[in-house]
Write a protein that binds this ligand. Structure first.
Ligand SMILES: *[C@@H]1O[C@H](CO)[C@@H](O)[C@H](O)[C@H]1NC(C)=O
Ligand SMILES: *[C@@H]1O[C@H](CO)[C@@H](O)[C@H](O)[C@H]1NC(C)=O
Ligand SMILES: *[C@@H]1O[C@H](CO)[C@@H](O)[C@H](O)[C@H]1NC(C)=O
Ligand SMILES: *[C@@H]1O[C@H](CO)[C@@H](O)[C@H](O)[C@H]1NC(C)=O
Ligand SMILES: *[C@@H]1O[C@H](CO)[C@@H](O)[C@H](O)[C@H]1NC(C)=O
Ligand SMILES: *[C@@H]1O[C@H](CO)[C@@H](O)[C@H](O)[C@H]1NC(C)=O
Length: 342
């Protein structure tokens, strides 16, 4: 790999990871390596098809380098984009996935293109001082069987997670600036600097901790749920708790966001992605969306009874998903479960 241009590792070949990999490679200012866990052979042979409002329609696209796992990468990288789901309760927490490459790349920046709050904490604890960035994507895109269907233009917010262990702010800021330059293609996508990463993440929770969670719990689309009165009876009370926890954490979510978010999917027979995950028997990002805010509520002494109830009900949903997926095996005789992973 030539050392004169930066190298970027994209971990995760979902829609988000692929649009990032494509944008970076198309812009041509860095070398892109994509980690493809499923369908590796097919991707190597046939590549991906894009149906994109931004880049057009074409097939056979491949990133410059394709690897089956992070362990298969041999180089040091300048940027490591994590675009897999964040599942601390699953078989592969983020730290386990990227440990090898982070240790090998002490000067890299890790960019978490993921949901939820406090997601940087495990990385700060294990890799103190490492530059960690937050990526929030506003894209409407899917990847089904290697067909990337992108319905709106890519727009991302990038910023630095702040922590006292990250002493070298100047390096962190120059990494941030460099990444924005690698990613931003004039007239094609929007890359904005996120000056207040934590506030942005609190804002995302208004929708993600209320509408996603409740629809996921009962597997019902937004319009039908609205007819049943979920907005006033469930979502608003949950959102009020999110506002209160954020406030105790030192962040004021703008009040108008509540109605905006509640109206977002008005009239759409829309199933939020957490609901779709349950539909398809995939684990949900319960800990980073609900568990972490709830732990903060406990820490700050903020009452959050609805969030607490939703959390424990969704834990049961998660258990069911994990058992079906063989991640938990129930010893029916003894009445004890055991995980098939550490
Ligand atoms: C891409 O294909 C879709 C249908 O799959 C079509 O609606 C769209 O116009 C095409 N875009 C371009 C740029 O050809
Ligand atoms: C920095 O990260 C550590 C480890 O997660 C955490 O305990 C501490 O509260 C963080 N500091 C700030 C200011 O967020
Ligand atoms: C995503 O795109 C689909 C198809 O254009 C549209 O129906 C849906 O409303 C969009 N969703 C969001 C959240 O923009
Ligand atoms: C839910 O979180 C994801 C990831 O941060 C974000 O892309 C999405 O916009 C959020 N949804 C809303 C409606 O805020
Ligand atoms: C949300 O929708 C309600 C009912 O349609 C409407 O009265 C209200 O003005 C909307 N609020 C926002 C912020 O869009
Ligand atoms: C919540 O739903 C929105 C809309 O489908 C999606 O963008 C977001 O990723 C979902 N969040 C989670 C945690 O599934």
């Amino acid at each position: 790999m030539p050392q004169n241009i930066p190298s970027v590792l994209v971990v995760g070949a979902g829609a988000l990871g692929l649009v990032a990999a494509y944008s970076l490679q198309e812009h041509g200012q860095c070398d892109v390596t994509l980690v493809v866990k499923f369908d590796y052979e097919k991707v190597c042979q046939e590549g991906y098809t894009f149906k994109s409002v931004q880049f057009g329609n074409f097939s056979g696209w491949k990133p410059k380098y394709i690897r089956k796992s992070v362990e298969d990468t041999k180089h040091e990288y300048d940027f490591i984009i994590v675009a897999v789901k964040n599942l601390p309760d699953g078989p592969e927490p983020v730290n386990d996935i990227i440990r090898h490459v982070v240790e090998r790349s002490p000067n890299s920046a890790v960019i978490l293109f993921q949901n939820g709050i406090d997601i940087e904490k495990p990385l700060i604890e294990e890799f103190p001082g490492h530059v960690i960035m937050s990526g929030v994507s506003l894209i409407n895109c899917t990847n089904i069987d290697r067909v990337v269907d992108q319905k709106n233009k890519d727009s991302i917010q990038i910023g630095l997670f702040e922590n006292e262990t990250i002493k070298d702010i100047a390096t962190a800021e120059s990494k941030l600036k460099q990444f924005v330059e690698l990613y931003h293609i004039e007239g094609m996508n929007t890359v904005s600097l996120d000056e207040n990463v934590r506030l942005s993440r609190w804002k995302k929770l208004v929708y993600n901790a209320s509408i996603n969670t409740t629809t996921a719990l009962v597997q019902l689309d937004v319009t039908r749920s609205t007819i049943c009165g979920f907005k006033q009876n469930l979502c608003r009370p949950i959102i009020d708790e999110i506002y209160a926890i954020a406030k105790a954490d030192g962040y004021n979510i703008p009040s108008e966001m509540e109605d905006e978010m509640l109206n977002l999917s008005n009239g759409l027979y829309y199933r939020p992605s957490m609901c779709v995950d349950v539909d398809f028997g995939r684990m949900i990002e319960l800990e980073t969306i609900v568990g972490n805010p709830l732990r903060m509520a406990k820490k700050y002494g903020v009452p959050a009874p609805r969030l607490d109830t939703i959390y424990h009900l969704l834990q049961m949903v998660q258990y069911k998903t994990m058992e079906k997926a063989g991640l938990i095996i129930m010893d029916v005789e003894k009445g004890v479960p055991h995980k098939t992973f550490n």
